[in-house]
Design a protein around this ligand. Structure first.
Ligand code: SF4
Ligand code: SF4
Ligand code: SF4
Length: 224
């Protein structure tokens, strides 16, 4: 087995590659709402109790459906199919066309060349514009007003999923993705994620507008 192959095996099926150009995206057909990702994130980064860098949203709770339609929930319902209970891991997807970056008045949110969307704590004034702009509920405001955030006074510096950039820099997968028992959090290039979803006969779940926000031109790679 080559070094690359053994590294791939160690990372697991959900984590296909790490670092430069990484994308992170859920497979809703695989998520079983166990909360393992939430625990892994909190344990790894010592996230405060009231803060969630990742959360699971469950729709159609308790509804048994035909299998294979959860990832196309809206179109399935429109076509008379029955998707069942669907759980969606919500975290920062480090969007290609990030609306949070566009609205931040102080440049505290930055899309970096390596693909990660970073919060520069010292520049954040706590205005919460990013919370309104993010379609995925990623920005969190768990702390009291300190430093520049006292100017606006709306709940402290923004915190969100970092993509576990520090782990990815040393070849590890994000803690949430590595902990996930069903490999429901996919990490890799856009193409790797699109191929993996296709292999699993799963779909992209989000509508076209959301996919273009997350993946930009690469949204075309995904079956919808
Ligand atoms: S819009 Fe939301 S999910 Fe996208 S990069 Fe910004 S905080 Fe993350
Ligand atoms: S809360 Fe902070 S990161 Fe969010 S838009 Fe305002 S200044 Fe930018
Ligand atoms: S990528 Fe890292 S910071 Fe983001 S939710 Fe997963 S464990 Fe938490």
């Amino acid at each position: 087995m080559s070094a690359n192959e053994s590294a791939q095996e160690r990372l697991g099926q959900g984590v296909m590659s790490t670092g430069e150009g990484m994308r992170i995206f859920p497979d809703v057909e695989a998520c079983i709402d166990c909360g393992g990702c939430v625990v892994a994130c909190k344990r790894t980064w010592d996230v405060p109790v009231d803060d969630q860098r990742i959360d699971i949203t469950t729709m159609l709770e308790g509804v048994e459906g035909e299998s294979g339609f959860n990832s196309q929930q809206v179109s399935a319902i429109e076509e008379g199919m029955s998707p069942g209970e669907t759980s969606l891991p919500m975290q920062c997807y480090h969007c290609e066309n990030a609306p949070c970056v566009s609205v931040c008045p102080t440049n505290a949110l930055q899309k970096k060349d390596n693909g990660f969307v970073e919060v520069v704590d010292d520049l954040c004034i706590g205005c919460q514009y990013c919370l309104s702009a993010c379609p995925f509920g990623a920005p969190q405001f768990p702390e009291s007003n300190e430093g520049l955030t006292a100017v606006v006074g709306s709940g402290g510096t923004m915190d969100k999923c970092t993509g576990c950039e520090e782990r990815q820099d040393v070849g590890k997968g994000p803690a949430c993705a590595e902990e996930c028992a069903t490999d429901a959090i996919l990490v890799g290039s856009s193409g790797e994620i699109a191929d993996e979803l296709e292999k699993r006969d799963s779909g992209a779940f989000f509508n076209d507008t959301a996919m273009e926000i997350i993946f930009g031109d690469d949204a075309e790679m995904f079956d919808r």
